[in-house]
Design a protein around this ligand. Sequence first.
Ligand code: EPZ
Length: 420
Amino acid sequence: MDSLSIKGGTPLHGDVTISGAKNAVLPIMAATLLTAETCVIRRVPNLSDVKFMAQILTSLGAEVTFEGDTLQVRAAKLKPVGDYDLIRKMRGSVCIMGPLLGRLHKATVSLPGGCIIGARPIGLHLKGFAALGAEVVVEAGYVRATAKRLVGTEMFLGGRAGSTVLGTANVMMAAVLAEGVTIIESAACEPEVVDVANFLIAMGAKITGVGSPTITITGVKELHGAEHEVIPDRIEAATYALAAAATDGEVRILGARPDHLHAVLDKMRDAGVKIERNGTTLTVSRKGKLKPVDITTLPYSGFPTDAQAQMMVLMALTPGISIITERIFESRFMHVSELARLGADIEIEGPSAIVKGGKPLSGAPVMASDLRASAALVIAGLAAQGTTQVNRVYHLDRGYENIDGKLRQLGARIERVEET
Ligand code: EPZ
């Protein structure tokens, strides 16, 4: 397994361009199954999760071709069952259920397992499918949904931590071809869900209320092919902004959507980071001493859980006490023990991490555990004195396009070490 070797202590300087959003492109790729016509998706990030999803679409009978960052999909023929081994490998693949149910009235996927950050149940997805009239059966590690007819209805999709991002997208993708009107209450408002809805509308779906907790879908008979450009990845942008602040550098982040990042930018400004916005460009640097801030992760437009680990690194470098509370996932503090190996002083108290910041970090070998924890370890290695080795880099390659190449362009001393 590859690792990243980072020589820390160099402030990042220069420009970095943001790629398409992983958490938008995965459900959008699934949505192409809703039509037999050709769909063209642009600004597709080069990620292992995207490659997996392309293999899953192919296993369902779709023709999938890439040309640079443009993806073409034509699901003229479609099977209701995909490649279980592939589906099992990537949780995000659960979002093929909605399109399969919507178009074929049947779908079978392997029950997505939990992962290191939490149990990751899909009961709300299945609740939505059942509300539309599907019979849902979970057996032998698979979940099967079948329906004679899909009929629109009103449903509440809120769960223990509020709305569900992929659950909202999944049920929306089944409802667009249902008969009648579907109203989803407690729908997710994340920009990625809005992007999926905008693609569905381009395909001829009738959807209103996207971006609000109440989404209304009026079913249509069929959908046609469409073209769509994926929104930039707000979490990738947050990650580079925090890396710039953590290394006391100055970085211009190009091709972003600052309007998707209000909560993160607001907290970074409170922490003493200077952030200038000019259209889709953000310029990030420090404005004197850093100040501790408290963070609670919430559904959008609150502080995103996917930027929690990266923000924790900035707080570990900030003299004072910061309290970071994780309200979305049950165990998303895997990075804390690894940050401690670099000298960070962080204690976990239930859903909160108490960060006693200000101690200098020093490089050490660390183990990546999940996508965003791995990003946090890279930022910590960039800020630490000495060399940090981040192992199991495949976690990073799932969600960050060419992260070592982009960081080298910003002056980072970072090398990918292929495992011999
Ligand atoms: C999406 O996951 C993202 N993944 C996650 O990003 C992100 O952290 C998460 O949304 C929250 O923003 C993709 O879009 C591929 P949820 P998703 O359903 O949709 C509970 C990353 O690092 N829940 O919004 O699976 C669940 O346990 C990844 O890019 C239920 O209880 O997340 C969690 O506590 C990590 N029942 C909360 O809701 C359900 O049926 C939010 O989960 C579904 C979810």
